[in-house]
Design a protein. Structure first.
Length: 99
């Protein structure tokens, strides 16, 4: 992905439980997990003192689309599911924004 690009992430949940697709930073993800902070019911959240995050919930068997425009200040470096226990189960991957 490149800065100033708009990308649509199409994510299918093949599992039996709800999952989340969140664009964040590894630091932000770990803070979220440790503090059990943040919403899981909106498509975008900005917590005081933190960067903007984009996310969506995906019900079992469903496919959802999240469209994000990457601006100069985009600092995302991971895509993850931060529902309880999901990060620990390995539901995260590095994300690189170039440009």
């Amino acid at each position: 992905m490149a800065r100033h690009e708009t990308v649509s992430f199409v994510v299918k949940n093949n599992g039996r439980v709800e999952h989340e697709f969140r664009l964040t930073t590894e630091h932000g993800a770990l803070e979220h997990i440790e503090g059990h902070q943040g919403a899981h019911d909106d498509h975008m959240a900005t917590e005081e003192g933190h960067h903007e995050e984009h996310f969506m919930l995906i019900a079992p068997g469903e496919t959802e689309t999240l469209t994000v425009s990457f601006h100069d200040d985009a600092v995302f470096d991971v895509a993850a599911c931060l529902l309880p226990g999901h990060w620990e189960a390995g539901l995260h991957t590095p994300l690189t924004i170039e440009g």
